[in-house]
Design a protein around this ligand. Sequence first.
Ligand SMILES: [Zn+2]
Length: 312
Amino acid sequence: MPSSPHFVAKMLAVAMSKSTQFSALTNLANLTEEDLKYRYEHKIGNHTVSKIRQRAYVLNALNDNPADVAAKEILFKMLHCSASRPCKKPYCPMCRFNRQEEFSNEMLAAFSHLPASQLRFLTILHHIEYNAAAIVHDTIKDLNKKIRNLLNEFESDQNYKIQLLGAFEIEVFPAGAVLSDRKLLSLTPLNLQPTNNSPFFLLHFHAVVNLGSCPDTKLLSAFKSKGQYPNKYQVLLQPLYSTKTVSDNLSTLAKYMLKFRLQYSKPTSAVGQNQLFARTCYASLYSSPIAKSIVMLAQRCNNFNGLTFSRM
Ligand SMILES: [Zn+2]
């Protein structure tokens, strides 16, 4: 049986024996023929070189401990991912690209016929964890239920219908991360421990919302009521960009929600043009143990299926 431990161990041994190919992955000057094929068959979208580098970096991070069977199973699936047998891991560039495209299509099918005036980009900051292992599938399920219950109650009290399509995201801040004033203000009430110099994980949620006829203020106060999300900057409801079409907005946002970033943010002085995305720049890859922990974390949360959210 393909799933027996013996089979997995044997296949892992085969994968590991290709170690020359594997270590070559880390050096862009030495891209293997297989990776060049992967790149040039247009399976991973834009920024191919950096995506291939990130893939190699994830594979190496997963390969840090020969005894870690769970990590090696992911590594094996990513290493042998192909169009006919996709690994469906969020940190695999091809599978992420395909899921982003699918999600963008779902978003367009759901909302592109609606006027921008009733669509919003919702962000909810949940809380901060210092122990990545504490974040499991049930953590996400609980947050999912909390949002659904709140909206069910809101709709039964008021005569509105709220639709959401989105995803949970877990952003990692490395040890000693420099936080902007805005981040400090928004994160301090969510269990940020300013003297704790460990990496931390911010659980948050993004969605496109169809407000229907509901005013922003009513939905916002529903989120803040009953002590659910009481803090400043914890819930944001932002309009779409007026300079772009509704479809372009929806597609960009859908892909943004499933970015599964491997780089950490630094505050910049950039102001103006693109307020949703321009506050930070993303330059530095996480350290290898952090990269491994977020890959394992996504796996524990059931990857794309566990982290996406639909309330239509
Ligand atoms: Zn894959």
